[in-house]
Design a protein around this ligand. Sequence first.
Ligand code: ADP
Ligand code: ASP
Ligand code: MG
Length: 418
Amino acid sequence: MPLLVMKFGGTSLATIELIKKAAERVKIEVLRGYEVIVIVSAMSGKTNELISWVNDTTSENEASLIYDAREYDAIVSSGEQVTAGLLALVLQNQEVPARSWQGWQVPLKTSGNHSSARIEEIPTQNLRAKFSEGMKVAVVAGFQGLSSDNRVTTLGRGGSDTTAVAFAAAFGAEQCDIYTDVDGIYTTDPRVCGKARKLNQISFEEMLELASQGAKVLQTRSVELAMRFNVRVRVLSSFDPSPDQSGTIVCKEEDVVEKNVVAGVAFSRDEAKMTLISVSDKPGIAAAIFGPLSEAGVNVDMIVQNISDDGLTDMTFSCPTQDVDRAKNALLEHRVSGQIHFEDLVADTEVAKVSVVGIGMRSHAGVAAQMFNTLKDENINIKVITTSEIKISVLIDRKYLELAVQALHNTFKLEKLI
Ligand code: ADP
Ligand code: ASP
Ligand code: MG
């Protein structure tokens, strides 16, 4: 029997009414002859609430993140347990043979990196045995797994997307349908740019860059997995009642028919720019700075080393604002212990990152110049620039973020296919 993976995000399961709608959608696929694995997120807002409860357990004068990461995962994974059970119950009420599965029951095995664990293995025999006994739908709690020492782990924010793609790969599913609150992947976040256009298809490479630069419609890791195992992923709306909506297919580059030079604009609102002033410019200095940052779990993105003057230089890097305290603590600790020398550490926490992404950049020159000119015309100052083969990212003042996204969307004519 063909097998389908369907994933429902938090806004799609926010109320019992919506859970019933999701169940109806699943039932349509069962009636079409599929065995279905449904991956569920927690109800929208639930994971944030659980995280805030964890934060409330630390007293105000303690530095953030001083808690047992294993207990953090035990708590924040619980939202998915509830929606998995509820959806299974509602399906049973609709005469669909269904049961819920927690990560540990599958068991979905992960690394032990709590709060950002990686999936290592999904044994298929337990679910397959139940399918062969007549179960039609396995409702699996997304976002959670089990480490080798039998502790509950979570996969990072947005991790249910990754659970879904990993199940699709492990079970050889025909397709992995990601149901969300938009009807597909757009040229940019439609909440920020009214002219954003829905794409019919996008390549794995472009989606990977868009996701890693902040387009949260898919978790980056899920796109990586889809690319590696060639899983056909489709993003579509859980609010559209039509059983035949097209959504957006994420697929191999050669299967993409639409080919604009720039595929889309992504952004990340909560970025910080940190500058170490007067670092001694000698071999090993980058390793001395970025080694401790990586050990402290700081997600460093852009890096710029300024010109050297009298053997001293400034080193600038960007990271998410939520990592700023950790970065400061790590760098200051290493200054005290004499491993790094610098005069001052300046954090600008009012910046955002905007990126344009497109495979066409490999063969078309001038995208960077057009991007910089557009920002100049809007009087937006660029603070840091990085590029890859198919992406250009800039750091700008956060207050100009929406303006920049809209201006770039216009300049690359993303509202239409050219
Ligand atoms: P879910 O709860 O279903 O996982 P998310 O909130 O994680 O949903 O992702 C969907 C959201 O992603 C949309 O509501 C939209 O605001 C945002 N988004 C950002 N970039 C894009 C894009 N390029 N195309 C579509 N949606 C995008
Ligand atoms: N509930 C988790 C989160 O909010 C996982 C997910 O929704 O994918 O991050
Ligand atoms: Mg999501």
